[in-house]
Design a protein around this ligand. Structure first.
Ligand code: SF4
Ligand code: SF4
Ligand code: SF4
Ligand code: FES
Length: 696
């Protein structure tokens, strides 16, 4: 077969690869063929007839979205016959349409509106009574308005093919056809809103956004989702300092069109009435609001006194704060408080992986590798629950490239549906059962291995030795829980390893040891809730907490600083694949400050100078001083993702697998943030919380 097909579209000579569809060949040549049901990456549907084109030597108009190019083909996409047919198609699509654009959420972003404006007829011949069906609420986040539906089946396909959920279908026939949810009158699904996002019209609308605003009334701020470690780009629609909508509007970023429920809807914790908006100081046993000046003065004075007396400090950092905040916090701990008693809740053994990959540059997989590599092995993790975007990537890889997928997990996982082979194992036995896959894996051309927290310490070394023994290129992902778990590790929020995994001068106390220590004088907790399950053994310690909410840890504090969320600050975060991306502030919540500024102000109040605390200046310092972070600035500055090149040598780490523990969040939980997201708690799938609407 020829490598290239030559054809003519609208008089333009076009070359395309064999198998290219006419709609895409035209697109490559800068010619738009209008479409509704065609959607890149989804199965062909040929339902709407919007893409009809004229092809020389064929008697009838042809469907451009299913017709492959052929040598010598001559196509007309804008002839009088084609234009007439488009008008007719639009007239048909509008026969039962309510034409309620003035109140429809999709107004201004509606493909039907745009197409009618560009190609449609000015008037309709349809005078009969329209079929009316009441709007349906399928879940707190998904609403369906059948009369607006043009039956393009995009929603059905994205849910089935893209999400692997298959929650939507079609009922009835002809003009009475409707999209229907999987549980009679409601949905039980991932609640991802992908169906809403992909709907070209206002038939599917979002419970969070509907009837609140118009798209042109919002500022659209591209930033990174603050929930899990996958690092999806989300565009916040902000109006009057309120986030109204989250979506990935321009499909840019590593996640393209994908967002799960958390990235799309769980931004509402930002506006929770329980949000702290004033510093608080403990007086007579109770926390009372005070000014920033007083809170900062109190903390600085106490820190100075304890320091002068040679007292014992400890700092617990966060998996959610930015790289700049983490870097500055460890600098504060090490240089101002002169302690290595600093740690964070470690959810995966990154140092063990970097150590095991010593001498193997390029062995950390990117999110893109999960879409392109030929084989994937998942060990000990339910990706659809815990790493939704990674799960989406692997599913897309299977659908588009036929990737071979293997799973070794303690329970059933979504990947099993299409896996070459799946092994159900006892928890903690994953590594042992892996051996039985050796022969099959050896026959693969290449492999990406993703592993959860059951593989840690020496088991990571053994896993990499297993990968080496396969004799094929192998890349790895050490699965982590939160938006900057990887960054916390890279920036040195650890007692034994500083920024870039350089050993500390004398290891300090670990997370568990800090909580168990009976003689701490001061504990500073920044963006974490370690006292949710464990009491602090040092009963007399002076506790300072940076928090958004009065969590269990904040309730124990002597001083609470109200912290800004990730959606209110600038900086960078590093995802589970080591890709660094930029956070952009979308709004400000009155009374709060970013953790970077809080640490900067405390150091200033103490008369210490450990550098300027602006995110850009600290990022400059990180780029020049943290191993692997000298990444290309233009990529990050323009909203792209740049993978850090990891340490390429042995790490002098003390293996502490006991400190690695995943929080086991699900698709519908997200540590403290999830507790304060009303939307996340409102869906029927949320653990322990039932949607108060109709039940099955
Ligand atoms: S919200 Fe997501 S999982 Fe649920 S029906 Fe829509 S696409 Fe499917
Ligand atoms: S609800 Fe939207 S996406 Fe689904 S078939 Fe109707 S128009 Fe298409
Ligand atoms: S997969 Fe993770 S990063 Fe992406 S939208 Fe969901 S919670 Fe956010
Ligand atoms: S886009 Fe071709 S038939 Fe719908």
């Amino acid at each position: 077969m020829a490598d290239v097909i030559n054809l003519t579209i609208d008089g333009k000579a076009v070359q395309a690869a064999p198998g290219t569809l006419v709609i895409n060949a035209a697109k490559q040549a800068g010619i738009e063929i209008p479409s509704f049901c065609y959607y890149d990456g989804l199965a062909l549907q040929a339902a709407c007839r919007m893409c009809l084109v004229e092809v020389e030597k064929t008697p009838k108009l042809q469907v451009g979205c299913t017709l492959p190019v052929a040598e010598g083909m001559v196509v007309y996409t804008d002839s009088p016959t084609v234009r007439e047919s488009r008008k007719g198609t639009l007239e048909f699509l509008l026969t039962n349409h309510p034409l309620d654009c003035p109140v429809c959420d999709k107004g201004g972003e509606c493909e039907l509106q745009d197409m009618t404006f560009r190609y449609g007829a000015g008037e309709s011949r349809f005078v009969e009574q329209k079929i009316h069906i009441d709007e349906q609420q399928w879940s707190p986040v998904v609403f369906y308005d059948s009369p607006r539906c043009i039956l393009c089946y995009r929603c059905v396909r994205i849910c089935d093919e893209g999400m692997g959920v298959n929650a939507l279908g079609v009922i009835n026939r002809g003009a009475h056809s409707e999209i229907a949810p999987n549980h009679f009158d409601h949905l039980e699904c991932d609640e991802c809103g992908m169906c809403i996002d992909i709907c070209p019209v206002g038939a599917l609308t979002s419970g969070m956004y509907r009837y609140k605003t118009r798209p042109w009334e919002m500022n659209h701020v591209g930033t990174i989702c603050t929930h899990c470690s996958n690092g999806c780009k989300t565009t916040l629609g902000v109006r009057n300092n309120q986030i109204i909508r989250g979506n990935n509007r321009d499909h840019s970023g590593i996640n393209g069109e994908f967002l799960c429920i958390k990235g799309r809807y769980a931004f509402d914790f930002v506006h929770s009435p329980e949000r702290l908006q004033s510093p608080m100081l403990r007086r007579n046993g109770a926390l009372e609001p005070v000014s920033w000046a007083e809170a900062l003065r109190t903390v600085a004075k106490k820190f100075q006194e304890v320091k002068n007396a040679g007292g014992k400090f400890a700092v617990i950092g966060s998996n959610h704060t930015t790289n700049e905040e983490n870097f500055f916090l460890q600098k504060f701990a090490r240089q101002v408080l002169e302690t290595n008693n600093i740690d964070h809740h470690r959810t995966g053994d990154v140092p063990a992986l970097l150590d095991a990959l010593s001498g193997k540059p390029g062995a950390l997989a990117t999110a893109d590798d999960l879409y392109h590599r030929k084989a994937i092995l998942v060990i000990g993790a339910d990706l659809a629950e815990q790493q939704p975007f990674l799960s989406f990537q692997i599913r897309a890889n299977y659908r588009h490239h036929g990737a071979h997928v293997y799973t070794v997990t303690p329970g059933p996982v979504r990947e099993q549906k299409y896996a070459e082979r799946s092994i159900i194992t006892l928890p903690g036995q994953e590594f042992e059962d892996l051996e039985s896959l050796r022969a099959q894996l050896k026959a693969e051309a290449e492999l990406v291995i993703l592993f959860g927290d059951s593989i840690k310490g020496d088991a990571v070394q053994k896993l990499v030795a297993f990968g080496d023994s396969l004799g094929i290129p192998v890349k790895y992902v050490c699965l982590l829980d939160y938006s900057n778990s990887r960054g916390a590790s890279d920036m040195g929020i650890a007692p034994d390893l500083g920024p870039g995994y350089v050993p500390s001068s004398g290891a300090g106390l670990s997370y568990a040891e800090i909580l168990a220590s009976k003689d701490l004088d001061v504990l500073w907790v920044v963006g974490a809730n370690p006292l949710k399950h464990t009491a602090l053994a040092s009963e007399n310690a002076f506790v300072v907490v940076n928090e958004m909410f009065l969590t269990e840890t904040a309730q124990r504090a002597d001083v609470v600083f109200p912290a800004a969320s990730a959606y209110e600050k600038n900086g960078t975060v590093t995802n589970v694949c080591g890709e660094v991306q930029r956070l952009k502030a979308g709004l400000q919540v009155m009374g709060t400050k970013p953790d970077l500024e809080i640490a900067g102000l405390v150091s200033k109040e103490m008369g210490m100078n450990i550098g300027i605390w602006s995110p850009d200046r600290v990022f400059d310092e990180i780029r020049t001083s943290v191993h692997g972070y000298n990444i290309p600035l233009p990529i990050v500055a323009s909203g792209g993702a740049a993978q850090t090149s990891p340490v390429n040598g042995r790490l002098p780490r003390s293996s502490r697998p006991d400190l690695i523990r995943s929080a086991q969040d699900t698709l519908f939980t997200s540590g403290s943030l999830g507790r304060y997201s009303k939307t996340l708690r409102s869906v029927v799938e949320a653990p322990g919380e039932l949607y108060s609407g109709k039940q099955p």
